[in-house]
Design a protein around this ligand. Structure first.
Ligand SMILES: Nc1nc2c(ncn2[C@@H]2O[C@H](COP(=O)(O)OP(=O)(O)OP(=O)(O)O)[C@@H](O)[C@H]2O)c(=O)[nH]1
Ligand SMILES: [Mg+2]
Length: 378
């Protein structure tokens, strides 16, 4: 499971491609472009709305569905967003061909992100790329229509992507306080993708003392269903167990049952004074929160210049994926909607109940690698 040297099959650094789809997705890409990301991360903005996309800073831009929408956006209609992605499937596929891991992000509830994101995930899966999606759910005040569209889009995404991280926008006000400005609230939510990306890029691009192999990594993030991620740092006399637990549930994430997770990656960055007992305690705390048979991979990188005692990033995957209802399995098989293996798998998956969040934002601390970021020109 652990290797001291880590490379892809081609010997190059693993390539992470991030597609930001629709207005919210492009906002996130824009924010990411201000951060000093590793050179192995490629940012791609995708939108039907040509004007909005022109203002986005990224490595590549793909205007999807020029025939379908004439560059004017999908008008809050997911079927238009879906048609646009299908029209531009070739351009999308070309941009993901050389990628090792595909990240997708969008705000669900509108037309482009909601309709196109599941299609982009399908294209990546056709190329057998592991797909992690980070999506927002609309504020309650945006109304039932957007909510219904967002829920349908999420269900489709859960069927086509692997790990799906869900951020309900309502939590922004709940956690950050009603007085937070909309812009700052959006920044906080978009920062979660930033944290996931930087955490993952650092984990798989640094040769750690106990290194996480790309294949192990992919086997964790390939688990289908909801995912949770978080980061925390241990400072001073703080209790290690609570720092690990804080990393295991981000307050802005949708409430999910970690005790249903199938797998987790834990990336630890520590000073060279880390004790064996501390390393063991991190592993034990993560294992305690997950089912007994969950796959847990823990990597360790030593950084003598670390500002805090220790930094921890956790991603838990494979949580409570609810497959679509199958009325008549025999008819479904006859209709070629599913094959027998899919049917057995779907019957075996259980439904997750949400659990209340226990953490507040004040307790979140920002890891050093995020604090040390410098603006990057594109
Ligand atoms: N957290 C966060 N949410 C956003 C942001 N921008 C938009 N949203 C949310 O995302 C949902 C979808 O909005 P957009 O991304 O603008 O929609 P779109 O995918 O471009 O769809 P159309 O414009 O209808 O084609 C909205 O209903 C908001 O709830 C953002 O920057 N951050
Ligand atoms: Mg839009």
């Amino acid at each position: 499971m652990f290797e001291l040297i880590h490379e892809t099959a081609t010997g190059a650094m693993p390539k992470l491609t991030v597609f930001g789809v629709g207005g919210c997705g492009c906002n996130t890409i824009n924010q990411l472009s201000q951060v000093n990301l590793p050179s192995s991360v490629e940012l791609i903005s995708v939108n039907t709305d040509a004007q909005a996309m022109a203002a986005t800073s990224s490595h590549y831009r793909i205007q999807i569905g020029p025939q379908t929408t004439k560059g004017l956006g999908a008008g809050a209609k997911p079927d238009v967003g879906c048609a646009a992605a299908i029209e531009s499937a070739q351009a999308l596929t070309e941009q993901m061909q050389h990628s090792d891991i595909v990240f997708l992000t969008a705000g669900l509830g509108g037309g482009t992100g909601t309709g196109a994101l599941p299609q982009v995930a399908k294209l990546a899966r056709e190329l057998t790329k592991p797909v992690i999606a980070v999506v927002t759910m609309p504020f309650s005040f945006e109304g039932q229509h957007r909510k219904t569209n967002a829920e349908a889009g999420l269900q489709e995404l859960l069927e086509s992507a692997n790990a799906v991280i869900v951020l309900p926008n309502d939590k922004l006000a709940e956690v950050l306080g009603a007085k937070v400005t909309l812009l700052n609230a959006f920044k906080e939510s978009n920062k979660i993708l930033q944290d996931v990306l930087l955490g993952l890029a650092n984990t798989i691009s640094q040769a750690g003392l106990i290194n996480i192999d790309l294949n192990d990594f992919i086997s964790v993030i390939s688990r289908q269903g909801r995912a949770a991620m978080g980061v925390s740092c241990l400072q001073g006399d703080e209790d290690l167990i609570s720092a690990v637990k804080r990393a295991m549930q981000h307050p802005l994430l949708d409430n999910i049952e970690l005790n249903q997770a199938q797998a987790a990656i834990v990336s630890v960055v520590a000073k060279d004074t880390i004790e064996l007992s501390q390393y063991n305690q991190i592993g034990a705390t993560v294992h305690e929160q997950l089912p007994r048979d969950a796959l847990v991979i823990i990597g360790l990188t030593i950084d003598p210049n670390l500002e805090s005692e220790l930094e921890i990033m956790v991603i838990a995957t494979g949580i409570g994926f609810t497959p679509p209802e199958i009325q008549d399995p025999i008819q479904a098989v006859n209709d070629n909607y599913i094959n027998v293996h899919d049917f057995i798998k779907r019957q075996a998956i259980s439904i997750a109940e949400p659990a209340p969040s226990k953490f507040d934002l004040e307790n979140l601390q920002i890891p050093t690698y995020l604090r040390q970021q410098k603006p990057q020109a594109h």
